[in-house]
Design a protein around this ligand. Structure first.
Ligand code: KIV
Ligand code: ZN
Length: 518
């Protein structure tokens, strides 16, 4: 903690990567991935982790329970609509945490009231009082959110906020649900509400901003300047549509510009790079190269003038160091003679604690990789382990594949898949190698999901680099992503497609999901 600051300047970080972030179409994560992310957020000092939306599906409920049971320091929050069953379910899930929170929300804007809820303002006020009271009867820590607060009249927002505080809410969140606000407007809203509402000094006000106009971080910080002391954000800015305010940007802006924003968070910023990579891999949303703080190019100085300045004094062009956010030079790690101990130490160094089975699998894959690739770097190990964690529970796996391609000729894929323990063999052609592979999988599983995105990039340099393949599929209005890392681009592509298809098969309740909001 900065010695010049006092508790009134502390900004609590509420991470919603596992809830709002996972709502992003295609970002569905497995339980193992969610547990891994939650553990890293907890270790990094995140104050509140919104672990999911327990009523949405049994999978969501189980994930919130599992995260709640393991969390060491973070408060674990579960989201609930203003519906009795939602609030009960959220309470049931978070009661396993050392410190749990129910986060309940209702829309307050005229457009939502008229077209989505078909309710009057008086009815909404009654709902706020009833649902916050219900939540408070289950747990002491209750957050209430006014969905679409930024398009709600100040007077009605003040009445709702007052009702929520009177009913026992301890945190009041005023979201910019549709990413419409500007920093001036967002700050003014907090200033007015804090001034108008009796009891506002007894609660913590929270920001929650979406990035539709690219202003989510600026808006969140304007909210803090106006008195909010909790910021809701996600790693890599993952989230509905254009995403949420990026946690790493909020934390580093407050830290780097302490002169302009005299606040502090308890986040250990050196963990940021690692958590960003884990979330990118689990959600299959790669981080854009020029993304602030965690992008590959965020600290790269290409132009001659910049390089010259950097060599003379890093501060000429660098306002924060790569080390301060945990970016390390990718190092040469090991080769085929490296043993189990060295591999385990390396995993620990990279932030992984694997169970026995997962460790054995990862070690075997490392050995196979080392037989095929001379130099193995940190990034190779990260890709390999993330791949292992993301595909552990796949029902359908690739057993064997042969692709024959000919310039101007036919491309044929012979493939054997293990489908729930049974071998299924097919031989299918396509307009290119990848087309033949994807056609073969579709034929073998008897389904035809729409291919939304297919991409490949290299994990490191060199022609023997591992290929990281990403596939996004859509079927029955569900969008999922898959990934795989392999030295062979075609095998990586096949496994990424299968990884996505396996996620389509994962149980997930669509009904409650449809009612979720940004
Ligand atoms: O954007 C939003 O309004 C939300 C609420 C559920 C808090 O995500
Ligand atoms: Zn949201």
């Amino acid at each position: 903690m900065n010695p010049q600051t006092s508790d009134k300047d502390r900004v609590y970080i509420f991470d919603t990567t596992l809830r709002d972030g996972e709502q992003s179409p295609g970002a569905t994560m497995t339980l193992d991935e969610k547990l891994q992310i939650a553990e890293q957020l907890d270790d990094m000092g995140v104050d509140i982790i919104e672990a999911g939306f327990p009523i949405a599906s049994n999978g969501d409920f189980d994930a919130v329970v599992a995260i709640a049971k393991r969390a060491k320091n973070s408060v674990i929050a579960g989201l609930a609509r203003a519906i009795t069953a939602d609030i009960d379910r959220a309470g049931e899930a978070v009661r396993h945490a050392k410190r749990g929170r129910i986060h309940t929300f209702v829309s307050t804007s005229p457009i939502h009231l008229a077209h989505q809820m078909n309710k009057t303002q008086e009815e909404v006020l009654e709902i706020v009082t009833r649902t916050v009271t219900q939540a408070r009867n289950l747990i002491d820590d209750v957050e209430w959110s006014a969905m679409d607060a930024t398009r709600t009249s100040i007077d009605f927002l003040a009445r709702c906020t007052e009702a929520a505080i009177k009913a026992g809410a301890t945190t009041i969140n005023l979201p910019d649900t549709v990413g419409y606000s500007t920093p001036e407007d967002y700050g003014d809203m907090f200033r007015q509400i804090i001034e108008m509402v009796p009891g506002s000094d007894k609660v913590i006000f929270s920001t929650h901003c979406h990035d539709d106009l690219g202003m989510s971080v600026a808006n969140s910080l304007a909210g803090v300047k106006a008195g909010a002391r909790q910021v809701e954000c996600t790693i890599n800015g993952l989230g509905e549509r254009a995403g949420n305010a990026a946690l790493e940007e909020i934390v580093m802006a407050i830290r780097t510009r302490h002169d302009a924003m005299p606040y502090f968070t308890e986040i250990e910023a050196t963990h940021l790079s690692r958590v960003s990579k884990t979330v990118a891999a689990a959600s299959n949303f790669p981080v854009q190269f020029n993304k602030a703080i965690v992008g590959k190019n965020a600290f790269a100085h290409e132009s001659g003038i910049h390089q010259d300045g950097m060599l003379k004094n890093a501060q000429t062009y660098e306002i924060m160091t790569p080390e301060s956010v945990g970016i390390k030079e990718t190092t040469l790690v090991m080769g085929k003679h490296s043993g189990r101990h060295a591999f385990k130490d390396k995993l620990r160094d990279l932030g992984y604690e694997l169970g026995d089975n997962q460790f054995q699998e990862a070690f075997q894959r490392f050995k196979d990789l080392a037989d095929r690739k001379k130099h193995i770097y940190d990034d190779d190990i990260i890709a390999l382990v993330d791949d292992e964690m993301g595909s552990g529970s796949d029902r359908i796996t690739l057993k064997d594949m042969k692709v024959v391609s000919k310039t101007g000729g036919e491309h044929v894929c012979d493939m054997v898949l293990d489908v729930d323990g049974q071998d299924v063999s097919v031989s299918v052609s396509g307009t290119g190698s990848v087309d033949a592979i994807f056609n073969a999988i579709k034929e073998a599983v008897g389904d035809d999901p729409h291919l939304v995105i297919y991409g490949v990039d290299a994990v490191t340099g060199g022609t023997d680099a591992q290929a990281n393949a990403h596939v996004r599929l859509e079927m029955n209005s569900r969008i999922v992503s898959g990934r795989a890392a392999e030295p062979d681009t075609l095998v990586a592509s096949a496994r990424a497609y299968l990884n996505a298809y396996n996620r389509l098969l994962m149980e997930r309740g669509a009904s409650a999901q449809g009612a979720m909001a940004g």
